[in-house]
Design a protein around this ligand. Structure first.
Ligand SMILES: Cc1cc2nc3c(=O)[nH]c(=O)nc-3n(C[C@H](O)[C@H](O)[C@H](O)COP(=O)(O)O)c2cc1C
Length: 179
């Protein structure tokens, strides 16, 4: 069941205008809060954005790779306090992935928008721009935004023959695993 879901999973960037139901948003957020984090420090927080004008502004937080957010009904901004945990990048990535997989399980589709280490414009990072728009306190870093919604496009799951099984090593690096 879980495996067939991840076999069909793709990043989706075109969404119907249909809003995500509040009970489904509850499940997405509960999934995030259930994600494992280093030492259980849970350094992350999540900002749910459904306001169209705000989504449009967030879609311009970097020059490329975020514009589709303006047509998504929901953006989940994942932030963390680096002082709470030194491996907050890993923690936020796992939480974001939990959100994506929980969405898949409810026929919702998602796409990750990278914010950390991206620029809005010269002299201002994408993280600073998102923080400015959403009044995020300065001790928090923005990791990513997960666009969520019902799909307006359909992409096939990656076929098995396109997977790089040569990235898997058996016992020692470079030893091919017998099939
Ligand atoms: C860490 C990370 C950052 C990503 N950043 C972006 C992004 O900024 N914009 C975007 O459109 N897609 C982004 N993606 C989605 C990838 O482009 C996508 O997962 C990849 O092309 C493989 O396609 P698939 O998810 O459909 O299998 C990101 C994915 C990950 C895991």
């Amino acid at each position: 069941m879980f495996f067939s879901m991840i076999k069909a999973r793709r990043s989706i960037r075109q969404f119907l205008s249909k809003p995500v139901e509040p009970d489904k948003i509850d499940i997405l957020m509960e999934a995030a809060l259930r994600s494992p984090s280093s030492r259980g420090y849970n350094p992350w927080e999540f900002i749910l954005v459904q306001d169209k004008a705000m989504l449009e502004q967030l879609a311009a937080c970097k020059p490329h790779g975020a514009t589709f957010l303006k047509n998504a009904p929901l953006g989940i901004v994942v932030v963390a306090d680096p002082k709470v945990c030194d491996v907050w990048v890993e923690d936020t990535s796992i939480a974001a992935t939990y959100i994506q997989l929980a969405a898949e399980s409810m026929a919702l589709k998602t796409c990750w928008i990278q914010v950390r280490k991206r620029d809005y414009k010269e002299g201002q990072s994408a993280s600073e721009r998102v923080a400015e728009l959403l009044r995020i306190p300065s001790h928090l870093e923005v990791a990513c935004i997960i666009a969520v919604g019902y799909p307006a496009e359909s992409l096939p799951g990656h076929t098995r023959d396109t997977l790089n099984f040569n990235k898997i090593h058996d016992g020692i690096y470079g030893k091919i695993r017998p099939s």
